[in-house]
Design a protein. Sequence first.
Length: 135
Amino acid sequence: MRLHHIGCAVRDMAAALGYYTQSLGLKQTTEPIEVASQKVRVCFLDLGPGIYLELVEGLEPGSPVDRIVSQTGGGVYHLCFEVENLDAAIERLRGEGFFRLKRFEMPAHGMRRFAFMLTPDRQLFELCEADKSGA
């Protein structure tokens, strides 16, 4: 496993993009992508070779980031690790007491499969399957 991105909940995608790109100088690597199955819009920014900051904005009440934004105004809430085979990684981790929450696909840096999981201590993290399309 290697770090792929850090998920950061934001209240307003346009405002967040403004200060992360203009004030902090990060490069935007994708346009905002709506992930309807997760009730969010995401956008990736380059942090270094192959590591990204994922801005995550809720699309409606009850989105996965809704509580974080309402309680703290947003911020870092998950790490995502890239794996070669998503299904094999999920099965291995489930055997070690991890719990799979949701699995989905998203066209970010190639078409990729993702899965959110909880550690045995109930900490949220994400797995991202390595892009096999060559994109």
